[in-house]
Design a protein. Structure first.
Length: 169
């Protein structure tokens, strides 16, 4: 598949990461935010990425096409003893890279990463129930629907529901 290089995000990637999130927010309604609505600025993103360095339970993996971010995946876990075994998965692939297996590759790689950390035993994610391609991909990769949140998104007067999906490792 193309010349996509997968690597861990570093502090110096912060500006590209923020630009990527602000761009993809406008490419689909499935994101939790709109174009230019990403929650972190470059300084905050850099601090977050710095905090991930050396972490056993938090990481960001980039799928790079040259200098361009094609997609990324995040794994975040609580520091709390009772819930630190659960990794929250976030994943997004830029629209022009859809259908090329990048999302699947990102999930395989972060799944391998969490399996090796000696702490994480479960991965979870939220996905809009009408995002059928994503739901099918997650099911194929071993996730199961564990719950359902009605009316979790309100967009242009229409409510959308979310699935809560999980996978034991």
């Amino acid at each position: 598949m193309e010349n996509i290089i997968y690597r861990t995000a570093k502090e110096q990637d912060a500006e590209k990461v923020v630009e990527f999130f602000n761009m993809v927010g406008g490419e689909t309604t499935y994101m939790s935010f709109e174009k230019d609505e990403y929650a972190l600025d470059v300084k905050e993103q850099a601090e977050l990425l710095q905090s991930f360095e050396g972490s056993k339970t938090n990481t960001m993996l980039l799928a790079m096409d040259g200098e361009e971010i094609a997609g990324l995946s995040t794994i975040t876990s609580s520091h709390k003893i009772k819930s630190r075994h659960i990794a929250e998965l976030g994943i997004v692939v830029a629209k022009k890279y859809h259908g090329r297996g990048i999302g699947t590759s990102l999930i395989h790689q972060v799944t391998d990463w969490v399996r090796e950390n000696g702490i994480t035993t479960k991965m979870r994610l939220d996905v809009r129930a009408d995002n059928l391609k994503a739901v099918q991909m997650y099911l194929k990769l071993g996730f199961v629907v564990e719950g359902y949140i009605k009316h979790s998104t309100l967009l242009n007067g229409v409510y959308y529901d979310d699935y809560i999906m999980g996978m034991m490792l």
